[in-house]
Design a protein around this ligand. Structure first.
Ligand code: DGL
Length: 283
């Protein structure tokens, strides 16, 4: 089948996509690990949160975002979003890429996170905090089952209030404490033997100080940024043909479906560097 859309064939930046601000936590770690590459970050803030949306909508929104990033010259796109990785990645890889361009690649964040678990949990009891969509998809349980069989016990808890708090700039406020404690306590009550807590939503590291405050001291709280960054570095080492299609100028551009001024002020706080975004409409 002939690809139906023509994208720029020259090398381009690595694309990083999230429903909103959460993927910035992944971008930050990736840029520390691989500072030489160029990146373009796309936040679909106007339509965030994705967590409670249907499979069809998350798939549709994610497909639009991937196409936008391909149009902007990306050959490689990271879905820096667990909800999109859980609900859309497989269909994008199996159905969309063959039509759009079989040589481009889209990677997710769930598999690399699960691969790292084996080295982190001593008790082999892990907890996953994630959006309702990610929990309902059963993706973590399935991936953990594939890699570790019955040797790893997993308990999952949806934390549906966390992303709205973050997208509304309330992550540092006192009101957030109530909801952080509620979900952390709820998960620990499901299985007190948990020694590793996966933050299975890329927004959640923005609440990390509060999550660590309420998690028991012996529990290792695990954000995904470093894991995804290591996994991308390994991928590029194993695929020099893809690395050659990624430009190396150390630059980063930000695009958002929301108001850029609003994006800039919140994103600047989250990444600790000045952000100047531009607006895009996805369809
Ligand atoms: N950051 C996302 C994730 O990792 C999506 C959160 C949302 O939009 O609900 O799941």
């Amino acid at each position: 089948m002939q690809p139906s859309v023509r994208f720029p064939s020259s090398p381009g930046p690595v694309g990083i996509f999230d429903s909103g601000y959460g993927g910035l936590t992944i971008l930050d770690s990736i840029r520390r690990r691989l500072p030489e590459y160029d990146y373009v970050y796309l936040g679909d803030n106007a339509r965030a949160p994705y967590g409670q949306r249907s499979f069809d909508l998350v798939f549709d929104f994610t497909r639009q975002a991937v196409e936008e990033l391909f149009m902007r010259g990306c050959h490689l796109v990271i879905l820096a979003c667990n909800t999109a990785s859980a609900k859309a990645l497989r269909s994008i890889q199996q159905e969309v890429l063959p039509q759009l361009d079989p040589d481009r690649r889209v990677l997710g964040v769930i598999r690399p996170t699960v691969e790292r678990l084996g080295t982190l949990s001593q008790t082999r009891h892990v907890g996953v905090l994630a959006t309702q969509g990610t929990v309902a998809s059963g993706s973590y349980g399935m991936e953990i089952g594939k890699l570790y069989g019955n040797a790893m016990h997993v308990s999952e808890m949806a934390a549906p209030m966390w992303v709205p708090l973050i997208e509304n700039g309330e992550a540092g406020g006192d009101g957030a404490d109530y909801f952080v404690r509620k979900y952390v306590d709820g998960l620990m009550a499901m299985d007190p033997e948990i020694d590793t807590l996966i933050l299975g939503c890329t927004h959640y590291p923005i609440l990390l100080p509060k999550i660590c405050r309420y998690a028991p001291g012996n529990v290792n709280v695990m954000p995904q940024g470093g894991i995804v960054a290591d996994s991308l570095a390994e991928y590029l080492d194993r695929h020099p043909e893809m690395a050659a299609k990624c430009t190396r100028g150390g630059g980063v551009r930000f695009i958002t479906t929301e108001n850029p001024e609003r994006f800039d002020s919140l994103a600047t706080g989250f990444v600790g560097m000045p952000v100047r975004s531009e607006h895009v409409s996805l369809r």
